[in-house]
Design a protein around this ligand. Sequence first.
Ligand code: BYC
Length: 328
Amino acid sequence: MTTSQAASPTTSPTATPSEQDLERHFDEIIARDQRIEPRDWMPDGYRKTLVRQIAQHAHSEIIGMQPEANWITRAPSLRRKAILLAKVQDEAGHGLYLYSAAETLGADRTEMTEKLIDSRQKYSSIFNYPTLNFADVGVIGWLVDGAAICNQVPLCRSSYGPYARGMVRICKEESFHQRQGYELLMTMMRGTEEQRQMVQDATDRWWWPSLMMFGPPDHDSPNTAQSMEWKIKRHTNDELRQRFVDMTVPQAEALGVTLPDPELAWNDERGHYDFGEIDWSEFKQVISGNGPCNAQRLAHRRRAHEDGAWVREAAAAHAAKHSHAAVS
Ligand code: BYC
């Protein structure tokens, strides 16, 4: 639904609506589960929260290309290489949709990139861990993309139109990514003992960081309450983390791997799996720049940005020439 279906903020076409009228109109749109569009009035905090979240999300897609790209040249077959290349390219595409969504809020693309490489804007903690063997490619698809889908499907109902619409397409592609990861792991599990051990080792290393992707626990999440009120987020971090655990345990059983948590057990009363305490000090270290690969990821992104300067200059010169030709 669009805002055009909501009541107008003013009764008279000539009167300028007051800030209160505009705010009431915004609140009505949110209450009716309709969408806020780029030209609609919105509170500053709503705009800022969206720019923060969407920029962080876009940066995650772009930085997220690195751990998997590490294996493109060493994929074990042409088929696996073609799949991995396509997946990494999809991630670049997701980054572009998301940067465009942030631009509809007035954010500047160059500025967002500069903020990323100066560590003034974050990207997901998960991409600060190394990919040590080819099973990591499968486990990233299964667990990391699985967690991403869990977190992002509800964002298709986010109150900001361009973000919600972008998420629909992203989620379709993420589901394919998740399945390719699981299929890769199933193949490895049918292989040699050494291959099964590689899958188990990768699962052991990625399980806890995947749970951290959902963000801090609700009691320590400064943004959740307001984002839920604005319907930017539809569920809390802990709700989504629980949904992910419940969904993943049977998948691990079907695959034949053990999740590295002795406390993982079905709780009949709650109707959910219980799981062990997450090491939040590790999470805090990683999001403050001290994870195993933070420096490497940012250095790589910075270098790519510098190496691409001539392309941006050439594109700008070409666009200027064209607009000049169009005027004359
Ligand atoms: N890593 O109040 P909270 C992908 C920050 S891409 C780093 O709960 P919020 C994929 C948070 O930003 C995956 N930082 O925040 C790509 C905040 O810091 P600031 C990315 C984190 O926003 C390629 C502070 O901690 N997905 O899946 O309400 C290949 C307090 O947190 C993290 C998205 O971005 C983290 N994990 O909730 C494969 C999804 N968690 O900004 C896969 C969209 C929290 O106040 N984003 N922080 O300094 C969201 O849904 C929400 O932003 C979050 C956090 C649930 C992540």
